[in-house]
Design a protein around this ligand. Structure first.
Ligand SMILES: *Cc1c(COP(=O)(O)O)cnc(C)c1O
Length: 389
């Protein structure tokens, strides 16, 4: 396999000025990630600061209704409310080892921004977060959380004033601050080596799930299911099962409103190959290669591209990817609230929705694990608008 590639996808399509910091990062990964002291320090942070290991929760009511055994991997219980902190603690610790004094990051819904701000505060790094100007308004509560954690939030006024433009602005900023600053990228996408780095830190999800299922049921799960935005929580769950052919791997993309012509954040379902944010991958783009604005009720899935490893897993048919529309995700959200007493993030509700709406896809009594990537507290304003609750 070519370095930095997953099959045909991935690579490192960046301006010359970003080659040195990416090479520096690659060298630091080779030096520090295998270091037992680095791993021990990270493991201590994950356990005693972030709250690992996360539980694997059996859902008795929904299981009965579906005729299968439904388990949830509870990343929603982590500090700052989602799986993002697995990655930001890892990258912040690596940045310290590299002698950097600052973190720089992009954020869409604000969850990666909050997780980065917390990791920076904990490890004594300064922090600047780039966020689309529209998102700054829409996600005001997360902006306040970042500020409370001592982070500077910069509103990006260019383009669609959302995540795509925040990433462009952050990459530009990195060109001038690379000496002192690590770019803490938020998902398993972007230029090499970020897809590998983020996967490395998120694989703790799948490794724990594997052991928990073996302890509880004596065998591997029949299927693992996760939502796909950029693809970090999904690849963290999937990667440790890729070499187990008995485990079905299912990614769920945001299908938007479901109206004809609006099928919107499903880069794998209806995208075409192209280059965005330094990688060659599947993208939502028009015939001229212009990126189409994505739309979903869940801001965290609103990314027009996808990590290169998912593009490969789809091309090789090792994993399958399906769209779920807003209405299905909202119904799954309500079902989990009412029937299991858990308020999930709208992103995670997409993964759950595909299982709830397709029980016939599984054998009777199959053991199915859904990655509950985050909690729903951040979505209360949207829920009020959509469901009137
Ligand atoms: C950010 C986020 C996602 C989407 O990001 P991935 O990189 O695809 O995991 C999914 N769920 C939650 C709760 C998030 O905060």
């Amino acid at each position: 396999m070519r370095k930095g590639y997953f099959g045909d996808f991935g690579g490192c399509f960046v301006p010359e000025s970003l080659v040195p910091p990416l090479q520096e990062l690659e060298a630091a990964m080779a030096k520090f990630l295998p270091d037992p002291q680095f791993q021990a320090e990270l493991s201590d942070l994950l356990c005693n600061y972030a709250g690992r290991e996360t539980p694997l929760t059996f859902c008795p009511t929904l299981s009965k209704r579906l005729g299968l055994n439904l388990y949830l991997k509870r990343e929603d219980l982590l500090h700052t409310g989602a799986h993002k902190v697995n990655n930001t603690l890892g990258q912040a610790l690596l940045a310290k080892r590299m002698g950097k004094t600052s973190l720089l990051a992009e954020t869409g819904a604000g969850m990666h921004g909050v997780a980065t701000a917390a990791a920076a505060a904990r490890l004594g790094l300064t922090c600047r977060i780039f966020m689309g100007a529209d998102d700054v308004i829409r996600q005001a509560a997360n902006v306040r959380r970042m500020k409370l954690l001592g982070t500077e939030v910069i509103a990006v006024e260019s383009g669609t004033r959302t995540l795509k433009d925040a990433i462009n602005a952050a990459l530009r900023e990195w060109v001038v601050t690379q000496k002192t600053t690590h770019y803490c990228f938020g998902t398993a996408a972007g230029p090499h080596p970020f897809p590998l780095l983020v996967r490395d830190f998120q694989c703790v999800i799948g490794r724990e799930t594997r052991q928990q299922m073996l302890d509880r049921t004596g065998r591997l799960p029949d299927a693992v299911v996760a939502c796909v935005g950029g693809g970090s929580n999904a690849i963290g769950m999937f990667h440790p099962f890729v070499d187990d052919p008995s485990v079905r791997i299912i990614g769920v993309e945001a299908g938007g409103t479901g109206e004809p012509g609006c099928y919107h954040s499903a880069a794998l379902g209806r995208g075409t190959p192209g280059v965005l944010h330094g990688e060659y991958t599947m993208l939502l783009q028009d015939r001229n290669g212009q990126i189409e604005p994505s739309h979903s009720v869940s801001a965290g899935l609103d990314y027009p591209g996808v990590g290169p490893e998912h593009a490969m897993l789809q091309a090789t048919k090792r994993a399958e990817y399906h769209p779920v529309i807003d209405r299905q995700a909202l119904a799954a959200f309500q079902a989990l609230c009412h029937e299991e007493g858990i308020i999930p993030a709208l992103e995670s509700s997409h993964a759950l929705a595909w299982v709830l709406d397709n029980p016939g896809q599984f054998a009777k009594g199959a053991n199915v694990v859904v990655n509950l990537s985050g909690r729903g507290d951040k979505d209360m304003d949207i829920i009020r608008k959509e469901l009137g609750i």
